[in-house]
Design a protein around this ligand. Structure first.
Ligand code: SF4
Length: 348
């Protein structure tokens, strides 16, 4: 559990759940899965290494998902307001996470209005179901059901009145008037290509229509996305992939996301290029790892159409207007898009 994070759009991560399973292309190089397979404390046994016939090894979640009781009330112990990324190493709406556990996480978020919570899922269909049924029923009754006074969060029973039942958790809090949907909770979905955008849009749109603040994280951007229909968003993040096997991302995809955001007054944050950046003034024959796109940036096949070569091609013109990216490393690639750092944040 990291109290601080290098994620540009968050101050800290809160991981009361550990473990996951892959759901789409964006999971292919899952950072959490790799760390878990390496034996990250608290994640032991949740992922293992699989040997492939070509001699390579890759991490795979085992499918076990853990509830980390000792971290359940962590935000309540943080007094200074923070932006908290919930379950950066898992997915809150994974099938294996019981509704009762999600209830308790929502109770903690409701009791800590000083913090802003960011929930990002690749399973917005369950997010939508949960918010429209269980959380709705349960939390809508709070204003009448909860008189002002002292409250605590039980590790076993979610929010309870002081002294009512269960062990008293770490701290006591004055009950706040609770607004529902919770204004300090941001509900987001990941999008990596047009296919995932098509599958997820209606679910997150329904969440927005129910009054929640919603956002999308287009990271890793692995294909072109047409953003028409996403005007309800209150925040859009885009970025490329990092890590040992990172795939290149096309600059045009991020420009489209940036321009869509600007046209609709949506704060836009460009997180990073990832491992692949602008080819650094490469000259014919220069050694390096290059990605050459032979398909147009709007092609859903673009990075599949990428040819990776070890030398800057002598006959680049053969590719006619091709986009060339070079594997220069995340740090060198940086986070400027057309020379500008985009740090848009809601309310910022
Ligand atoms: S949903 Fe997130 S945590 Fe789960 S496998 Fe995919 S990338 Fe990893």
């Amino acid at each position: 559990m990291a109290d601080r994070t290098s994620i540009e759009w968050s101050d800290m991560t809160w991981n009361p759940i550990a473990g996951c399973t892959r759901v789409s292309e964006g999971c292919r190089h899952c950072y959490a899965e790799r760390l878990a397979a390496r034996g990250l404390p608290g994640f032991e046994g949740l992922a293992r290494w699989v040997d492939w016939p070509d001699g390579t090894r890759a991490p795979r979640w085992t499918g076990v998902v853990l509830i980390r009781e000792h971290l359940m009330d962590l935000p309540l112990r943080k007094k200074r307001p923070r932006r908290i990324f919930v379950n950066s190493m898992s997915d809150l709406f994974h099938d294996a996470v019981p509704d009762e556990v999600i209830d308790r996480i929502f109770a903690v978020m409701a009791l800590a209005p000083r913090h802003t919570f960011q929930i990002l899922t690749k399973r917005p269909e369950r997010m939508r179901d949960y918010l429209s049924t269980r959380a709705g029923d349960w939390m809508l009754r709070w204003p009448e059901a909860i008189p002002a006074g002292k409250w605590y969060v039980s590790r076993h029973e979610g929010m309870s009145r002081l002294g009512a039942n269960g062990p008293v958790a770490a701290a006591l809090y004055d009950a706040q008037p609770i607004t529902y949907p919770l204004p300090n909770v941001w509900m987001g979905t990941s999008v990596e290509n047009q296919r995932s955008a098509n599958e997820r849009r209606t679910h997150i749109e329904a969440v927005a229509a129910a009054g929640w603040n919603t956002f999308a994280s287009y990271e890793p951007a692995l294909g072109y996305v047409a953003w028409e229909g996403w005007e309800f968003l209150k925040w859009l993040i885009s970025g490329g992939e990092s890590g040992p096997r990172a795939r290149p991302t096309h600059p045009a995809w991020h420009r489209v996301a940036r321009d869509f955001s600007a046209a609709h007054g949506i704060p836009y944050l460009f997180k990073q290029w990832g491992e692949w950046g602008k080819a650094k003034g490469a000259h014919s024959g220069t050694p390096g790892k290059y990605a050459i796109a032979s398909a147009g940036p709007h092609s859903e096949f673009w990075p599949q159409s990428v040819i990776e070569v070890d030398f800057y091609p002598r006959q680049i013109n053969l590719f006619g207007g091709a986009t060339v990216r070079e594997r220069i490393g995340k740090r060198a690639a940086g986070r400027l898009l057309d020379g500008v750092e985009h740090n848009g944040m809601p309310g910022g």
